[in-house]
Design a protein around this ligand. Structure first.
Ligand SMILES: Cc1cc2nc3c(=O)[nH]c(=O)nc-3n(C[C@H](O)[C@H](O)[C@H](O)COP(=O)(O)O)c2cc1C
Length: 174
């Protein structure tokens, strides 16, 4: 286990994986537990996480998203909003905003847990929603919004740059 802040610093997208090194079941379980520990509006957890391990399905996801590494990484987690679950309590704000926030916060927690567990990961958002939904045969109330490739890295990711803090953060002086 690494220090939380070191985990954040260490996390960078990995786009090459050791295809023959499986992700241990306990490690995957810990990652999923971390995902669902994330906060959610009204504690509704308006999402579903689809765990894709089958090589054939990962190959199809790689094809429809044009991300070859999804076939290489032994696990792909697909984070799907369940907007109606949030809408039942929060109406339009739940449907349009909270479900998406719940889902992506859970994905972010999962990604950090993966890094803490010594895995590489990459967030994939570049895909056509209905293509991924059809590939996975998702029920109509679920919309895939983010995928995480998970596996042991076959590359050292290049550290990426960030905008400066003072470009992004403003002090509100009322
Ligand atoms: C909403 C979102 C969508 C992303 N979509 C993709 C994607 O489709 N393909 C990809 O290779 N990386 C994708 N990424 C990863 C970003 O490119 C990456 O996080 C960013 O360049 C910073 O690099 P780092 O993750 O190495 O720090 C996505 C990240 C986020 C948060």
């Amino acid at each position: 286990m690494t220090d939380f802040f070191a985990t954040i610093r260490r996390r960078h997208s990995v786009r090459r994986y050791q295809a023959d090194m499986a992700v241990e079941t306990e490690k995957l379980h810990a990652i999923l537990e971390s995902a669902i520990a994330a906060p959610s509006a009204g504690d509704l957890q308006a999402y579903q996480i689809v765990v894709v391990r089958a090589a054939e399905t990962r190959r199809k996801l790689a094809d429809v998203t044009d991300h070859a590494f999804l076939a290489e990484a032994p696990v792909c987690l697909v984070f799907c909003t369940d907007a109606e679950r949030s809408a039942q309590t929060f109406g339009e704000r739940g449907r349009e905003l909270f479900a998406l926030q719940d889902t992506t916060i859970a994905a972010a927690y999962a990604q950090l847990a993966a890094v803490a567990g010594g895995l590489g990961s990459a967030w994939v958002g570049g895909f056509v929603t209905p293509d991924v939904a059809a590939t996975l045969g998702l029920e109509a109330h679920l919309a895939p919004v983010a995928m995480l490739a998970l596996g042991y890295a076959a590359e050292l990711p290049e550290p990426t740059t960030r905008r400066r803090l003072d470009e992004i953060v403003v002090e509100h002086d009322a």
